[in-house]
Design a protein around this ligand. Structure first.
Ligand code: AMP
Ligand code: FE
Ligand code: FE
Ligand code: ZN
Length: 280
């Protein structure tokens, strides 16, 4: 049986593997496909595609777009999108600028907990990739404020913690549209984080095409629940490990994998765009 891991991050966002290292890891683990879905960036895709050429592992160009609704962060995965589309790249640039501003806001909030963190420490860790909370967590570990990134999330920067800042540009509907306009397939990431499952039907009405049913935090009963929901809402079923390298050391690449047939269903759901040659 052939398998794919449809959720992996590189150092282009908050993972720690370079695109080349990620592809080599996917090959070493016997995966037939791996989707690179960095937060708000497609910067790792070209390099990973190049590395995968001589292997029997396919790299699926992807993204994990950050959106917000009802005061919560919602992640929309995009697969097989045109990672060179100018309109997409322009929007992503703006999102990443917002994220830089958000780092300063979170650092302001941390002061109220008595923490003095230098923004440059965070930016040194993120390098030229998408900056986010994982980099802040790593900076907090580096400066000795916490002993692990999970402690940083639990005490300070988790979704319901005191220093958390939301402030993203897109609604889920806009994120879905951006992905589909770039020829990609839009899938809701790790639905367990939603406070209200009713939103999933709403997203489906906005053009959502799939649900990330298989995910490390999903228990068997939750998997069954989402399988049922995907069937009712006519959504594709996907899954992946949310690999972040040593930033999430307990999650190995391929820890969650799905049969390769699901990749073919995703591929069939892609849309023609004006510049990918399918429309004459
Ligand atoms: P951001 O996009 O800046 O809001 O950060 C989201 C990322 O932070 C996720 O992709 C995870 O990598 C990480 N994250 C969020 N919550 C937690 C948590 N409770 N424990 C560990 N990592 C987390
Ligand atoms: Fe992440
Ligand atoms: Fe996510
Ligand atoms: Zn992710």
């Amino acid at each position: 049986m052939k398998y794919a891991d449809l959720h992996a991050h590189t150092a282009e966002s908050d993972g720690t593997y370079t695109p080349v290292q990620l592809v080599r890891e996917a090959v070493a683990r016997g995966l037939s496909a791996v989707a690179i879905v960095d937060h708000d960036s497609v910067g790792a895709v070209a390099c990973a595609l190049e590395e995968a050429k001589e292997t029997n592992c396919e790299v699926i160009p992807g993204i994990e777009l950050t959106a917000q609704q009802d005061n919560q962060e919602i992640h929309i995965l995009g697969y097989f999108l045109d990672y060179q589309q100018a309109a997409l790249l322009d929007e992503l640039k703006l999102v990443r600028q917002n994220r830089v501003e958000r780092v300063y806001k979170i650092i302001e909030n941390l002061k109220e907990s008595g923490i003095e963190l230098n923004a440059q420490t965070v930016f040194n860790i993120s390098g030229c990739g998408t900056v986010g909370r994982m980099h802040i967590a790593r900076a907090l570990v580096k400066d000795g404020w916490v002993s692990s990134t999970s402690e940083a999330f639990r005490k300070y920067i988790g979704d319901r913690s005191p220093a958390y800042v939301l402030g993203f540009r897109f609604s889920p509907a806009e994120a879905i549209k951006l992905i589909r306009d770039a020829g990609g397939v839009a899938v809701l990431a790790h639905p367990y984080i939603l406070e209200n499952d009713g939103l999933i039907a709403e997203f489906a009405r906005c053009g959502l095409q799939g649900l990330e049913v298989y995910y490390p935090e999903h228990s068997q009963s939750l998997v069954n629940f989402y399988l049922d929901l995907a069937k009712k809402l006519d959504l594709l079923v996907t899954g992946g490990s949310d690999f972040h390298g040593s930033a999430k050391p307990n999650i190995k690449l391929g820890a969650i994998k799905v049969p390769l047939e699901l990749v073919e269903k995703l591929r069939q759901a892609t849309e023609p765009t004006l510049n990918n040659g399918y429309i004459g």
